[in-house]
Design a binder for this molecule. Structure first.
Ligand SMILES: C[S@@+](CC[C@H](N)C(=O)[O-])C[C@H]1O[C@@H](n2cnc3c(N)ncnc32)[C@H](O)[C@@H]1O
Length: 275
């Protein structure tokens, strides 16, 4: 089967991580893939600390912290090498880390073993980039950060409906998306050209080390609150759309909430799954 181009940059980065023996080296080589930090002195501990800051900040902003979390199961879609996963394993009883790249998931396990509760960790390969191979109603919360924007629209929508399918009625989806913007007519075609380059022998390996070219290659899709809500409104309740104060994102009919920790181009869907 011909691998779809939007998956290739991640697969190449995942292969690069396999060439390093220590978590610190992985973070120095490919950590920018996750948190945009670069430098020869970076450490895995600093990398995890960025997730340790963000996880409680988002959970508190969205009103999702509480003693019950310790007995609940959460799913993290697009976990990467565990930047946020370590913090999730300190908060939730079971954490299922899902990613399309199994190299990343192996690194995620190492990260959580060093900085979280590895006994609470399970991993899940998203082999086709759109389906979650776990049962209906099997988790209490599904979370995804900086991942759905890297999927083609149909895959992103499919993953959103999959997230809702696997969360039990009364559970919560917490999904981060990137909104359409005026730059998209330029950025999205450039991204497509760069992704095509990843298919070329040697060029792909080289591109994967070029931070800004790779970041452009990730520009795959944007989804507005109105189009996502229209597609899933029958399966969720209490839907809230969270944005940064002042962000130029059209909310449509959604209940708008604001948190200043959110990227101005991003929005979050926080909603309860209905039975
Ligand atoms: C920018 S990283 C974010 C990782 C993590 N959420 C964090 O904040 O550190 C995006 C992650 O999503 C994964 N990913 C991209 N497309 C995916 C898909 N269709 N299904 C599952 N994972 C995907 C990539 O392999 C990568 O690990």
């Amino acid at each position: 089967m011909r691998r779809r181009s939007q998956l290739i940059p991640w697969k190449v980065a995942g292969r690069v991580t396999e060439g390093y023996s220590s978590g610190d080296d992985v973070v120095r080589s490919t950590g920018w893939v996750f948190n945009n930090a670069v430098g020869d002195d970076l450490t895995l501990a600093e990398f995890v600390a960025s997730g340790d800051d963000e996880v409680p900040a988002y959970l508190e902003a969205f009103g999702l912290r509480g003693a019950n979390n310790a007995t609940e199961t959460m799913l993290e879609i697009g976990a990467g090498i565990g930047r946020m996963t370590a913090a999730f394993t300190r908060e939730y009883g079971t954490v299922i880390a899902a990613d399309l790249d199994i190299g990343f998931l192996e690194r995620c396990r190492e990260t959580v073993a060093a900085h979280g509760n590895v006994d609470r960790l399970q991993t899940l390969e998203v082999a086709d980039g759109r389906s979650l191979a776990i049962g209906d109603d099997s988790v209490d919360m599904a979370f995804s950060y900086i991942t759905l924007q890297h999927c083609v629209r149909s895959d992103a929508m499919h993953l959103i409906t999959e997230a809702i399918r696997v969360v039990r009625p009364g559970g919560t989806v917490v999904l981060n998306l990137r909104a359409p913007s005026r730059l998209d007519p330029l950025l999205l075609p450039v991204g497509a050209v760069i992704r095509a380059g990843f298919r070329l022998p040697r060029v792909g390996e080289w591109l994967s080390q070029q931070r800004w070219l790779t970041r452009l290659g990730w520009q795959v899709s944007r989804l507005s609150p109105a189009e996502v809500l229209a597609a899933v409104e029958a399966t969720i309740g209490d839907a809230q759309v969270w944005t940064r104060p002042g962000a130029a994102i059209t909310l449509g009919d959604a209940i708008g909430r604001q948190f200043d920790g959110i990227n101005p181009s991003h929005w979050w869907l926080v909603a309860t799954v209905v039975g």
